[in-house]
Design a protein around this ligand. Structure first.
Ligand SMILES: [Zn+2]
Length: 173
């Protein structure tokens, strides 16, 4: 006979270890609770922003998407905004960071995911922040050196910003 207490204990331990949370999901008109980890939640939120399109003859957007979690657990999303002149371009990560800063005043990012039409995979490098984004995130908050950047969605492999930008010039300030 199955001991329900043991089963529930194991399930709770699994949920705790994997840092899973219950989320309400709806499909085919049915609403149900499902277990998601933090990365799946971020992935799902970012994915909603994916719809590549020309906004004007000069601006192309929504072809790279991003979602981040702040220190207090709030989620903000962003999408890339490409213009005809390079200096005006904004990457999805920076737009997500600005969205967080403008709307919450927060500067510290716990984790961030960025991708095009599919989830980050190790063999592709498009989920890595560019040099400008690495620099901006570091300048936005020095604690962002601990920000986890998702490298591979299936493996849940992460890298920290500090690993991407070692010996950063501003560390002694
Ligand atoms: Zn960038």
């Amino acid at each position: 006979m199955v001991n329900l207490n043991v089963y529930q204990g194991r399930l709770q331990k699994y949920i705790y270890e994997k840092k899973l949370v219950w989320k309400m999901a709806s499909s085919k008109g049915l609403r149900r609770h499902i277990l998601m980890d933090k990365w799946e939640i971020l992935y799902t939120k970012a994915q909603k922003e994916y719809s590549p399109r020309e906004v004007t003859p000069f601006i192309y957007a929504h072809n790279v998407v991003s979602a981040l979690e702040t220190e207090d657990g709030k989620i903000f999303t962003g999408f890339c905004i490409e213009s005809c002149s390079g200096v005006c371009n904004l990457c999805a990560e920076r737009v997500a960071a600005l969205n967080m800063f403008v709307n919450s005043g927060q500067t510290q990012i716990k984790r961030i995911i960025t991708f095009r039409d599919k989830a980050p995979a190790e063999k592709e490098s498009s989920s890595m922040p560019c040099g400008a984004c690495r620099e901006f995130l570091m300048q936005l908050d020095i604690k962002n050196k601990n920000t986890e950047i998702l490298v591979d969605y299936e493996k849940r492999k992460v890298i920290t910003l500090e690993q991407l930008i070692p010996n950063w010039w501003g560390l002694s300030r």
